[in-house]
Design a protein around this ligand. Structure first.
Ligand SMILES: [Zn+2]
Length: 71
């Protein structure tokens, strides 16, 4: 048995707290993408790999620039 979702029939949008069906992938209220329900009844925020990678690259570029400028 999959016990992960057994006590929830809805999940809450983490952005606007709207109750949504468990199979919803996007909140119709605020338009945010949402993941599966977690153990607190909130929908998980899906990991946004693109923005994660961009922010890491921005930090690397900043560090290289500082290193290049001062050493
Ligand atoms: Zn929402």
């Amino acid at each position: 048995m999959d016990e992960k979702n057994h006590c929830f029939t809805t999940k809450k949008c983490p952005e606007c707290l709207t109750n949504l069906p468990l199979n919803a992938e996007k909140c119709p209220d605020c338009g945010k993408k949402i993941g599966e329900v977690d153990k607190t009844g909130f929908a998980k925020r899906p990991v946004n790999w693109l923005s994660y990678i961009i922010s890491v690259l921005a930090w690397v570029a900043l560090c290289l620039y500082i290193w290049w400028a001062f050493f």
